[in-house]
Design a protein around this ligand. Structure first.
Ligand code: PMP
Length: 405
């Protein structure tokens, strides 16, 4: 199926509103806008199908349960996992990583052990491991990047030691767009029997991901970055690993049998889904997976690559602009700084032209420090962006430079 961006734009109500020029939304790495089918699915679920799940004896509850579980299977298919029970619904990437740190980390990581991350991590895939290491008397090791923000694979390999218990790495950097060679990371870690968690928050919405082909052990992503609702995301974990993990939170919905003296826990994935979950959010996420699959993730990837190449050409013509993060393999995330203008001022001026970008440290302060900038302006691309958005970005940057000249 050919990719028709103008047809896709029509699916996004937020791009239709207003009388002036449409919003040039270039902040998809922070959160994606929602297509009509996802918006409709939420309304439809609350209007016609809503009830609590799993314990209802009446038809409405059985129907809501079936829809929630169908959504789990859609996420399974989207990630190419073997079994639906390997998909745990969580609030998002942050919760998924905290779950693995709490349940896998606390049982497998002890005094003197090591967790290996990379210098590219979002704080969500850094702070949980740092805190776990402090709690357990373990050591956090960090594989470095070069000036272009490529991961240094040789240094990564050298940091895999006899005490490394887990590798936690991002698949794509949210701050500078580097696409990490995760197959190589996984191969090197698995050769030493070390499991690997990938933070897929920026990868799952941008190109095809298949957890079985990757042979990855844990994979985390957020619904809101995948054109789905916020407050929902998924953790994939290999069944064998999840089965052996203790619960995350405890309470209703995750038990098998409760007595005052002791409790036995439900099988996975319910064991990790205590309390009433985000039922409508899960249904909406399933629809977002369907929506992207109907476009085709290969087509999404090609569209973004074409946009990125065009954006790099346009921004390359502005001598006062310096791109931060120039890795050979990059996705649709473009970080830059302008001579003499603070990134926050750039963001504000661009907003005045209807161009929405993000300015700041992008929850990756150690990476910013390594690359020698306190903050950047970040334009990030999504399936609805077109060349016009990028030309408006370049024009607005020129206006900003004139303003501050
Ligand atoms: N990891 C990466 C790479 C991200 O881009 C983000 C969101 N900016 C997160 C983790 C955290 O995701 P969430 O806030 O949805 O939990």
């Amino acid at each position: 199926m050919s990719f028709d961006v103008e047809r896709i734009r029509k699916d996004f109500p937020i791009l239709q509103v207003g009388t002036g020029p449409p919003l040039a939304y270039l902040d998809t790495a922070a959160s994606a806008q929602k297509p009509q089918p996802v918006v409709d699915a939420l309304g439809d679920f609350y209007t016609r199908h809503y009830a609590n799940i799993h314990r209802g004896v009446y038809e409405l509850s059985a129907d809501a349960t079936a829809r929630y579980e169908a959504a789990r299977d859609k996420v399974r298919a989207f990630l190419g996992a073997a079994e639906a029970r390997e998909i745990v619904f969580v609030r998002g990437t942050t919760e998924a990583i905290n779950l693995v740190a709490a349940c896998y980390g606390r049982t497998h990581i002890g005094t003197g052990d090591e967790v290996l991350i990379t210098a590219l991590e979002h704080h969500a895939n850094l702070v949980p491991w740092q805190q776990l290491c402090i709690e357990r008397g373990a050591k956090l090791r960090v594989a470095p990047v070069d000036d272009a923000a490529h991961l240094d694979i040789e240094a990564f390999e050298a940091l895999l030691g006899p005490r490394t218990r887990l590798v936690a790495a991002t698949h794509v950097s949210n701050a500078v767009g580097t696409r990490v060679p995760v197959r190589e990371l996984i191969r090197l870690a698995h050769a030493r029997g070390i499991p690997v968690l990938l933070d897929g928050a920026q990868a799952a919405p941008r190109f095809p991901v298949n957890v079985l082909e990757l042979e990855v052990d844990f994979y985390a992503f957020s619904g809101h970055k995948l054109y789905g609702p916020s407050g929902i995301g998924a953790l994939y974990g290999r069944a064998e690993l999840l089965d052996a993990m203790p619960p995350y939170q405890t309470g209703g919905g995750m038990i098998e049998r409760v007595r005052f003296e002791e409790t036995t826990f439900a099988a996975v994935p319910e064991r990790f889904e205590a309390g009433t979950p985000n039922i409508a959010g899960a249904v909406g996420l399933g629809v977002a997976c369907d929506y992207l699959s109907s476009i085709g993730m290969e087509a999404v990837e090609r569209h973004e690559a074409a946009l990125l190449a065009h954006a790099e050409r346009l921004l390359g013509e502005i001598p006062e602009l310096r791109v931060i993060g120039t890795a050979a393999a990059k996705t649709g995330v473009l970080s830059f700084v302008l001579d003499g203008v603070h990134p926050h001022d750039v963001g504000t001026v661009l907003d005045g032209s209807g161009v929405a970008v993000r300015a700041g440290h992008h929850c990756a302060q150690p990476l910013m420090e390594r690359l020698g900038v306190p903050a950047t302006v970040r334009a990030s691309l999504g399936i609805y962006n077109n060349f016009d958005d990028l030309e408006r970005l370049a024009d607005a940057i020129r206006r900003c430079l004139k303003l501050f000249a």
